[in-house]
Design a protein around this ligand. Structure first.
Ligand code: ZN
Length: 148
């Protein structure tokens, strides 16, 4: 039986090597750039939001393995969900990364593999960069968002 942590690392490595949804989205109606100065992670998030549903999501950028894997997993997980559902997923994800007592909820899906990042507080901003961009995109706040 392999160590769970190794399994988590495998998923992160796979998503970093071949990120899902890694392309520009031509018919996006929300585009936002995110930046994590602590690590140097940069990403551009593309969303097509219609009738309060995320019809499509993609990203481009350059960052560490955690930030790329997180954006890859996030764009997979939020597609075809309502904004309200996505807010709940973000809440669960944020708790998972910041609270020792947080549990993995079913709606997290594969995002649960990023729970191990909690042990490395400096990397939490890498894992949440895509989510900060998502929040800003959904609330139409800025065109560039920074974790600092
Ligand atoms: Zn990073």
């Amino acid at each position: 039986m392999r160590d769970l942590r190794e399994l988590y690392q495998d998923v992160i490595i796979d998503h970093n090597r071949t990120p899902h949804n890694y392309h520009a989205l031509e018919n996006a109606n929300r585009v936002i750039e995110g930046f994590n100065p602590l690590c140097g992670d940069k990403l551009k998030l593309y969303l097509r939001v219609e009738n309060n549903i995320i019809q499509d999501a993609s990203f481009e950028g350059a960052g560490c393995a955690i930030s790329t894997a997180s954006a890859s997993l996030m764009t997979d997980q939020i597609k075809h969900k309502t904004i309200a559902e996505v807010e709940q997923i973000f809440n669960d994800f944020h708790l998972l990364l910041t609270q020792d007592t947080a549990t993995v909820t079913p709606r997290l899906g594969k995002l649960a593999v990023l729970g191990g990042v909690r042990e490395f507080p400096a990397r939490v901003k890498c894992a949440t960069l895509a989510w900060h961009a998502l929040q800003a995109a959904l609330h139409d706040e800025h065109t560039v968002v920074s974790t600092e």
